[in-house]
Design a protein around this ligand. Structure first.
Ligand SMILES: Cc1cc2nc3c(=O)[nH]c(=O)nc-3n(C[C@H](O)[C@H](O)[C@H](O)COP(=O)(O)OP(=O)(O)OC[C@H]3O[C@@H](n4cnc5c(N)ncnc54)[C@H](O)[C@@H]3O)c2cc1C
Ligand code: FES
Length: 282
């Protein structure tokens, strides 16, 4: 593994086994992953929005955000979109296969600071995993948070992921899941259009609401403008960004935006911290 100013220990992956495989749609699978050693099962913990680097021996390494509840000790889930070398390798994994795990890394969503607040989460496409982890966290700690809206935008009906989870979430108290489909479809009777169309019917207490988002850059731009239009303060808007990464720990410089590293300063940023470089962000 390549190293630049690195400490060898920081690059050493822990071994973990695939314990479940769920086909979400034709190109996305959710893998359950459990550490092999007791010590690692006990010590691993994360905040929603953080990521791990997954190593496939002989293929490579790539970052992925946890999509499960941080409450599950020693185990986590990743939803993987089959895109290239590493993700294709992950698509071929079966129960019992072993991967390397480094992390968790980066800053997640500020779940402590969010206590007592209402939350609007907006997910687009494969940006859903880190926000799914936030939803699982809120449900596991329901009394700590106010009303929650999960807004999910997806291109085609067959692209929809987390169907079972969304059904389960909809049963939670004060939690509404709404979906917008870009391409009309006879199987879908709900909102058709881009995800921000769902903002039109939102009635929120803007001063007490935080806005969280993750998805493609163009979506993040319009969601952020939408949050501002709803009256959510810039300091209460949190955006998860994606950049090509190599080390994941602030050593290689691959993931920089302006003077920030997405791997160590993010991947979740408070909007006020990146607003002055918005042109580079989207
Ligand atoms: C913090 C963070 C969290 C992430 N979480 C998830 C997740 O939960 N689930 C998930 O499926 N993916 C996630 N990703 C993206 C994932 O890391 C990439 O899809 C993966 O690195 C691609 O590796 P590969 O070897 O399969 O593709 P490669 O063979 O390296 O690349 C295949 C093609 O895809 C392009 N490409 C590679 N990475 C990206 C990218 N990030 N954006 C756009 N194009 C890209 C390449 O330029 C190339 O054209 C995350 C990325 C970051 C930075
Ligand atoms: S991935 Fe190396 S500095 Fe961020």
């Amino acid at each position: 593994m390549s190293m630049i100013n690195g400490n060898e220990e920081s690059y050493r992956p822990a071994l973990a086994a695939v314990t479940s495989v769920l086909q979400e749609n034709a190109r996305i699978r959710t893998l359950g992953i459990t550490f092999r050693l007791d010590a690692e099962r006990k010590s691993f913990s994360f905040n929603p929005g953080q990521f791990v680097m997954i190593t496939l021996p002989g293929i490579g390494e790539a970052p992925f955000s946890m999509c499960s509840s941080p409450k599950e000790k020693g185990h986590f889930e990743l939803s993987i979109r089959n895109l290239g070398n590493v993700t294709d390798g992950m698509f071929r994994l079966r129960k019992g296969d072993v991967v390397g795990v480094r992390g968790p890394y980066g800053h997640g969503y500020p779940v402590q600071e969010m206590k007592g607040r209402d939350i609007v989460l907006v997910a687009g496409g494969i940006g859903f995993p880190p926000l799914a982890s936030v939803v699982e966290h809120v449900i596991a700690n329901r009394a700590d948070y106010g009303k929650v809206w999960v807004l999910y935008g997806v291109k085609d009906y067959d692209d929809v992921i987390y169907r079972q989870r969304m059904k389960r979430w909809s049963k939670a108290k004060d939690l509404e899941v709404r979906m917008a489909l870009e391409t009309p479809c006879s199987k879908w009777k709900g909102c058709v259009g881009v995800v921000t169309k769902l903002f039109n019917k939102l009635k929120i207490d803007a001063g007490n609401t935080v806005g969280l988002s993750c998805g493609p850059p163009i979506m993040l731009k319009f969601v952020t403008l939408g949050f501002e239009k709803l009256g959510i303060r810039d300091g209460d808007i949190f955006i998860s960004l994606e950049r090509l990464m190599q080390c994941g720990i602030g050593k290689c410089g691959h993931c920089n935006i302006g003077n920030k590293y997405v791997c160590t300063d993010g991947p979740v940023f408070r909007y006020t911290d990146i607003k002055n470089m918005a042109e580079e962000v989207w």
